[in-house]
Design a protein around this ligand. Structure first.
Ligand code: IMP
Ligand code: MG
Length: 231
C-alpha cells in the first residue's frame, strides 16, 4: 500500500476509481510461459499479473496522481514490507514525469511497518511494528499511503485513524491490488491498480510467511505451498 501526503490543492480524483479487473480464470497464465525462480516452480498455480503489466499500470497511476496533485508537495508513505516494490516503481515513474515535463511535484518519503497476517489468514489485529515516527507527518497537507493489497480494509483503516491523529490536511491511499472478497469492510482506496480474485496471492513483494517477495510476477499460491511454508 502507498500513502501520499502533500501540501496544496488536489483536484477531484474521479479517474482514481478506475482499475483493471482480473476477472476471468481463462486469462490467467501458465507458469511455464514465464521465468519463475526454480525454488518456487512447484509452489504456484498460475501467473495472474505478469510483471510487465504491473509496470504499465503503475506508470498510468503515476500520471493520474501527478495530474491530481497539481504541482503541490506530497509525502509518500510506504506501508512495509509488502508495499516496497510498488512504492519504489511508482516513485520512479513520478520522478521520470517530474524530470520530463513542465509541471513537477516535490516529493518526500516516509516508511511504516505493519503486520496483520500469519500464514494465509488475517490475525484480526493490525500491529504497527516499526518505521518512521508518524508525528513527523503532523501538519503535512497531502499524505499518500501506498499499500500492496487491500483485503478486509482493516490495515488501511487502522492506519488512517492513526494518521488522523497527526491532522494531515489530506490523505489519499493508493493500493496496487484490491481483493474481491465477502470479507471486505467496504473500504476502497482512492487509487487502485487492479481488482483481484479472492485467492492468496504472492510475488512483487507480496509474501506468504516472508517467502515469495523475490518473485517478479503476481501469482496464485497453491495448497501444497501453504503447507510447506506454514509456521
Ligand atoms: P487487510 O487488512 O485485510 O486489508 O489486509 C491487508 C494486508 O494483508 C496486506 O497489506 C498484506 O500484508 C496482507 N494480505 C492480504 N491478502 C494478501 C494476499 O493475498 N497475499 C499476501 N498478503 C496479503
Ligand atoms: Mg505479508
Amino acid at each position: 500500500m502507498l500513502l501520499l501526503v502533500g501540501w496544496g490543492f488536489v483536484s477531484d480524483c474521479s479517474r482514481a476509481k478506475s482499475y483493471l479487473k482480473m476477472r476471468f480464470m481463462w486469462k490467467w497464465h501458465e507458469l511455464d510461459l514465464f521465468c519463475i525462480p526454480r525454488h518456487y516452480e512447484n509452489d504456484l498455480d498460475k501467473v495472474i499479473i505478469p510483471h510487465g503489466l504491473i509496470m504499465d499500470r503503475t506508470e498510468r497511476l503515476a500520471r493520474d496522481i501527478i495530474q491530481d496533485m497539481g504541482g503541490h508537495h506530497i509525502v509518500a508513505l510506504c506501508v512495509l514490507k509488502g508495499g516496497y516494490k510498488f512504492f519504489a516503481d511508482l516513485l520512479d515513474y513520478i520522478k521520470a514525469l517530474n524530470q520530463n515535463s513542465d509541471k513537477s511535484v516535490p516529493l518526500t518519503v516516509d516508511f511504516i511497518r505493519v503486520k496483520s497476517y500469519c500464514n494465509d489468514e488475517s490475525t484480526n489485529s493490525v500491529k504497527v511494528i516499526g518505521g518512521d515516527e508518524l508525528s513527523n507527518l503532523r501538519g503535512k497537507h497531502f499524505l499518500f499511503g501506498l499499500q500492496d493489497i487491500v483485503e478486509t480494509g482493516r490495515t488501511m483503516q487502522t492506519l488512517l485513524s492513526l494518521l488522523g491523529e497527526c491532522h494531515p490536511k489530506m490523505v489519499k491511499v493508493v493500493s496496487l491490488l484490491v481483493k474481491r472478497t465477502p470479507r471486505s469492510s467496504g473500504y476502497r482506496p482512492d487509487y487502485i491498480g487492479f481488482e483481484v480474485p479472492d485467492a492468496f496471492l504472492v510475488g512483487y513483494a507480496l509474501d506468504y510467511n516472508e517467502y515469495f517477495r523475490d518473485l517478479s510476477h503476481i501469482c496464485i499460491l497453491n495448497d501444497r505451498a501453504k503447507e510447506k511454508y506454514k509456521v
